[in-house]
Ligand binder design. Structure first.
Ligand SMILES: O=C(O)CCC(=O)C(=O)O
Ligand SMILES: [Fe+2]
Length: 403
């Protein structure tokens, strides 16, 4: 569905930062206690670009590290209003979710094995990736597929694709999705640069130009009766921060589970859409800040720790399965995370912004990132984006998949 500027979603508004209490749900999420509250993140319409909007986005990224965006660069085009195109419309996004689900549910074991993860690209099976190895003895209860952007010079994919992705309509849709996500990410990176007062609005964009982004399709299956999932020890995606500069996250109505860690040490649920959002069938995109952008800004922007838990609706007592009729756990959840990061050779020097340089001294010993392979600002300053990413991947997958 198209969104027209100014009509459906407010521009740079809804900057509410409150935490509200939600009705009880029972959550099985590993050792840590479940989130009891839900966070109301700010929503920004990125159809237009301005320093003011940039400053508001920077403010939200500094406070929460998470925000919602709607609208897109092309919806502000000269052909305004109903004629304006929208980079990531409901049908485009749904189509990519459908392609992913055809793979996760339809591919044979052999097809999945043939595109198994190597060098951070390809299929990751249940319990293979452990995003929080300190808290969980075995890997996350999810499957995912990391699809790197095709090579812009040769147009070739950089990895083997399963048949569900390589048939021509799916292949074209996945290329198109990558291109649209890049356009949206470019807009967000420019807005952040404007908001930080960097003279060159393309300062971030330039170091991202030659870097293939990763579209990660995720599938957290409903767990069958008799599953060995243990609510006190296992999790869908362990607590972690993202490694790159920003992540665009697409979720589906009725499939909750994302939680973020707040400053007070409590977890807060991120609802699928802001309260009263105009289109309940097509949620806005979640944007979160990754470790590299936290580092680049001397900690001004926050790479917030988050996780995905198994959520179960609270059922009235009389409808709960008896001990003798074991029931399936949770519901299927699909999401798509687009990891945006600079080229491997980018040297991680702080960005040329006064707001950032004022923070330099205090930031040197601060821990960047959470989860395996995290670093301090002091060590990151002597490294490149590629070296940092490799360290994080080694810690969460083991050396085998990164080499
Ligand atoms: O599935 C989600 O909602 C989040 C996934 C995530 O945080 C990740 O893959 O880094
Ligand atoms: Fe993440």
């Amino acid at each position: 569905m198209k969104q027209t500027p100014g009509s459906t979603t407010p521009r740079a508004t809804v900057a509410t930062f409150s935490t509200v209490t939600m009705p009880a749900v029972s959550v099985a999420n590993g050792a840590a206690p479940a989130a009891e509250s839900s966070i109301d993140l700010p929503l920004f319409d990125i159809s237009h670009e301005s320093s003011e909007l940039g400053r508001e986005i920077v403010q939200a990224a500094a406070k929460h590290g998470f925000l919602w965006i709607s609208g897109s660069p092309s919806s502000s085009s000269a052909n305004d209003g109903d004629q304006g195109s929208y980079d990531l419309d409901a049908a485009t996004v749904q189509n990519v979710f459908d392609i992913g689900s055809r793979f996760f549910k339809g591919a044979s074991g052999a097809e999945k094995a043939a595109c198994k993860i190597t060098k951070n690209r390809g299929f990751v099976d249940m319990k293979v990736e452990n995003l929080d190895p300190q808290s969980h003895a075995r890997g996350d209860f999810k499957q995912c597929f990391n699809l790197a952007e095709p090579d812009p010079d040769t147009c070739a994919w950089r990895q083997p694709l399963p048949p569900q992705f390589s048939e021509s309509a799916a292949d074209a849709a996945l290329r198109d999705f990558h291109a649209r996500c890049r356009a949206v990410a470019t807009r967000v990176l420019r807005l952040i640069a404007l908001g930080l007062g960097i003279e060159d609005a393309d300062w971030f964009v330039k170091s991202h130009e030659k870097s293939p982004y990763t579209v990660r399709m995720l599938y957290y299956p409903q767990l069958p009766a008799g599953t060995d999932y243990r609510a006190d020890a296992d999790i869908r995606a362990g607590a972690h921060s993202d490694y790159g500069s920003i992540t665009l996250l697409f979720t589906r109505p009725g499939q909750p589970g994302l939680e973020i860690l707040q400053d007070d040490g409590n977890w807060a649920r991120v609802p699928i859409s802001p309260p009263g959002y105009h289109d309940p069938d097509f949620p806005p995109i979640v944007v979160n800040i990754g470790d590299l952008l936290q580092f680049w800004t001397n900690g001004l922007l926050k790479s917030t720790v988050h996780r995905v838990v198994l959520v179960e609706e609270e059922q009235p007592l009389e409808q709960r399965p008896s001990a003798s009729t074991a029931a399936a756990l949770g519901t299927d959840r699909y999401s798509i995370a687009v990891f945006v990061q600079p080229a491997d050779e980018t040297v991680l020097v702080p960005v040329p912004s006064r707001a950032v340089s004022e923070r330099a001294a205090a930031f040197q010993k601060v821990q960047i990132g959470s989860g395996g392979g995290s670093a301090t600002a002091e060590t990151l300053g002597q490294t490149t984006a590629g070296e940092h990413l490799l360290g994080r991947l080694r810690a969460t997958y083991g050396i085998a998949v990164t080499g």
